[in-house]
Design a protein around this ligand. Structure first.
Ligand code: SAM
Ligand code: SF4
Length: 330
């Protein structure tokens, strides 16, 4: 049976205040989009309301680049949250600016947030995010605790493990779930953005992480099941859960329920495959009728299983990809 495609990930900006080694290799900032190339808030709302909602989309995630750098963010959140058809609105952020913004985002109607935190060690953290100045770990941690205090639930932490960089912290990161109702999600490192680092360091299969955690505390499949790509587990009696996103070791293309809208308005049916992309921004600005665009998007969604199938056949871990996660909207 065909998956219901009802989840749109919207990249609000390609700029970022971090330079994570695996996402934004040095020099990638040179290709930043110009302000006028970004979709405006009005265009985003028009696309959601007139195109995606009529096609059955009800779940939206705001991402980037770093979404907290987008001017007018709280207003945009409010407008999307207030649409009667919105069933779920979430955001993925690096958390650096979150301590100041958590309250206004919550008040605007955002309830779910994922924050990326690859290390509990400030030095390792700064190394991963490419920071050579004053450490940015503490302010990021304050962003996470502010989100917790304001009431974001579930609060998820996204972690990419890079061999030889932060793999010694797998147990410490997993232990965050023991006393806190947080969801710690380990994402396998993908060869997007920095294929050089990837070929040097490669990736660790989720099962290896699970076996370390299992040996230390035991691990069971959680009763809580997500509707996304993560396999959810739990340390016995822990308050939170552990998620594993294993797109390298276990292709989950057949469970994929999402499409992506880049900050410059390209609709992309698959993270790893550029087949069939549609330039919605140019079409909108040239006055293409929304009915016509809706038909094009409907066709693209119908094609998605075939695009996913080709991706599955070619294998995630055999390709290298030209656009970085910050450009696509990870
Ligand atoms: N800046 C925000 C953040 O870091 O959370 C949102 C955008 S970021 C591109 C979204 C997610 O993609 C982050 O959790 C990041 O760790 C992940 N990511 C980026 N590059 C990746 C790669 N090569 N492999 C696996 N995950 C990656
Ligand atoms: Fe920025 Fe997020 Fe990419 Fe890190 S992963 S460089 S925080 S967009």
């Amino acid at each position: 049976m065909m998956n219901k495609i009802d989840y749109l990930r919207i990249s609000l900006i390609d700029k970022c205040n971090f330079r994570c080694q695996y996402c934004m290799p040095e020099g990638s900032e040179l290709d930043y989009l110009l302000q006028q190339e970004l979709l405006t808030n009005r265009e985003i709302i028009t696309l959601i309301q007139e195109l995606f909602i009529p096609l059955g989309f009800t779940k939206f995630r705001l991402t980037g680049g770093e979404p907290l750098l987008r001017p007018g963010l709280a207003e945009l959140v409010r407008e999307i949250a207030n649409l009667p058809q919105t069933r779920d609105l979430a955001m993925t952020t690096n958390g650096f600016l979150l301590a100041k913004m958590a309250r206004s985002l919550y008040d605007a109607g955002l309830r779910r947030i994922n924050i990326s935190l690859d290390s509990l060690n400030p030095e390792t953290f700064d190394r991963i995010i490419g920071n050579r100045g004053r450490s940015r770990w503490q302010q990021t941690w304050e962003g996470i605790t502010a989100a917790h205090q304001v009431g974001f639930d579930p609060l998820k932490l996204n972690i990419v493990i890079i061999p030889g960089v932060n793999d010694s912290e797998i147990l410490d990161l997993a232990a965050l779930t023991i006393e806190r109702n947080w969801h710690v999600r380990f994402i396998e490192f993908m060869p997007i953005g920095n294929s050089e680092l990837f070929s040097e360091r490669a990736w660790i299969p989720s099962e290896d992480l699970r076996s370390q955690i299992r040996d230390r505390w035991g691990l069971s499949e959680s009763q809580v099941t997500g509707n996304g790509p993560a396999d959810i587990f739990q340390i016995p009696d822990a308050k939170g859960t552990l998620g594993f996103i294993s797109q390298m070791s276990e292709c989950f293309c057949d469970r994929c329920n999402r499409v992506r809208l880049s900050a410059d308005g390209w609709l992309r049916p698959c993270l790893l495959n550029e087949t069939g992309q549609i330039d919605l921004k140019t079409a909108l600005r040239q006055g293409t009728s929304l009915d016509k665009l809706q038909e094009q998007v409907r066709q693209l969604i119908l094609l998605k299983p075939e695009i996913n199938f080709k991706q599955r056949e070619s294998g995630t871990n055999t390709g290298t990809y030209t656009r970085t996660m910050s450009q696509i909207g990870g």
